[in-house]
Design a protein around this ligand. Structure first.
Ligand SMILES: Cc1cc2nc3c(=O)[nH]c(=O)nc-3n(C[C@H](O)[C@H](O)[C@H](O)COP(=O)(O)OP(=O)(O)OC[C@H]3O[C@@H](n4cnc5c(N)ncnc54)[C@H](O)[C@@H]3O)c2cc1C
Length: 381
């Protein structure tokens, strides 16, 4: 295998696999190969709504996202990644939510996210004049948050990774693996065999299956989530921020929507519960179903009553890869020292991909997390 550092095979050319490969190459690991069954962004990364933001409540969740946002800024500045900075607004409906938002702003400020603030109901109403705010107690607002296009982002990552010396094998599905006596793995793929010292399982909703093929286990639920384009009755005189009206733990998915173009939004229903039903990642229904579109239309009309004449057009479904804890997973799989998992990021895999890539590289190069020390919590148990 030779070269600098271990030979590493990354399984999956979605956002997280590509970030892991790029970060490994940047750290001087000279033999990095990405194995992708189909093509770049063929999985969830090409089906996402692309929102990137830091308006979370828990300090580790915020730190991970604040670090990722700095990577998006660099990609924007140095490589022309298009980041639409329409802002992100999380709605709160209680005094407890307001207190949690205030704490979030303190943490964000400590981490250098200086423009995050808590808005009162009136300020929220001024920011989004078409929105019902009589039940809103506070908004957690990040004006420089935004969204990116998952396909373009992964295409850019692939280009940068190739430029840094990473090998990218597309149309190469991992079919099985053999543990070698001298350590390391022999992988058999639909495009031939290859050997590596370490594998990074970044197969998104397929990560559980890929772990099995590698002779390990990880509990990961592929959950089906849907979104739809929304045609507004008229163009807005303001740019719609990304609005999230979801409270964790309430037992139902919450509404979100964001600017897409003049007179158009993208909207969906988001949840972060680990308990939802798993679907088969190879055969889930790709089109949005009627029940979802009806529920979405009801919630949109209730939250944006002045835009009630909007029409839903072009819904689709994709998968959130959700871990048993509901948090992302990065670290070695139990009993499988040569396999590191990076994934389980649910509905946040695009916004978390830079930091999860760095953490996967930390595990390969240093045997543990360095860039975010508290990320030891994310190692599978
Ligand atoms: C409707 C929707 C909206 C979303 N909105 C957002 C959002 O606004 N912001 C956000 O941050 N996140 C969002 N997400 C979540 C985000 O898309 C995912 O968390 C993220 O894309 C996961 O990336 P990944 O790299 O882990 O997996 P994927 O992108 O799924 O990549 C895994 C890759 O592994 C490959 N693979 C699988 N099996 C094998 C094998 N045996 N051999 C080789 N290759 C294999 C697949 O082909 C695939 O390309 C959304 C998701 C959905 C469905």
């Amino acid at each position: 295998m030779g070269g600098d550092g271990p030979a590493v095979c990354v399984i999956g050319a979605g956002a997280i696999g590509l970030c892991s490969a790029l970060e490994l190459a940047r750290r001087g690991v000279s033999q990095v190969t990405v194995i992708e069954a189909r093509h770049v962004a063929a999985g969830s990364s090409g089906l996402s709504v692309g929102i990137v933001e830091t308006q979370y409540l828990d300090s580790l969740d915020i730190e991970l996202r604040a670090r990722s946002m700095r990577s998006f800024e660099r990609l924007e500045r140095e490589h022309g990644l298009r980041v639409v900075r329409n802002g992100y607004l999380r709605l709160g409906h209680s005094a407890e939510a307001r207190a949690a938002f205030e704490r979030s702003v303190e943490i964000q400020h400590e981490l250098g996210v200086l423009d995050a603030s808590v808005l009162d109901s009136e300020q929220v109403g001024r920011l989004v004049p078409d929105m019902r705010v009589d039940d809103v107690q506070a908004g957690l607002f990040g004006p420089s948050d935004g969204f990116i296009d998952g396909h373009l982002y992964c295409g850019l990552l692939a280009e940068l990774a190739l430029g840094a010396g990473v090998k990218l094998l597309v149309g190469a599905e991992l079919l099985g693996a053999e543990q070698l006596d001298r350590g390391g793995l022999r992988l058999s793929t639909s495009a031939g065999e290859l050997e590596c010292d370490l594998a990074v399982d970044a197969a998104g909703p397929w990560a559980g299956r890929v772990a099995e093929l590698l002779g390990c286990e990880v509990e990961l639920v592929p959950q089906r989530h849907q979104a739809s384009a929304v045609h507004l009755p008229h163009e807005l005189a303001y740019t719609m921020p990304s609005v999230m009206d979801y409270t964790p733990g309430i037992g139902e998915r919450g509404l979100y929507f964001r600017h897409e173009g003049p007179g158009r939004l993208i909207a969906g229903l988001h949840g972060e519960e680990a308990s939802e039903r798993a679907v088969d990642p190879d055969s889930f229904a790709r089109q949005a179903d009627e029940e979802f579109l009806e529920a979405l239309a009801r919630k949109l009309t209730s939250r944006l009553p002045r835009l009630a004449d909007s029409a839903l057009a072009g819904g689709w479904a994709g998968l959130y890869p959700v871990s048993a804890t509901g948090r992302p997973l990065v670290g070695p799989l139990g009993g499988c020292a040569s396999v590191i998992v990076a994934g389980g990021a649910g509905g946040s895999g695009i916004q978390l991909s830079p930091v999860l890539g760095e953490l996967a590289a930390d595990w390969v190069v240093h045997g543990g997390p360095r860039v975010v020390a508290g990320a030891l919590e994310l190692a599978p148990r």
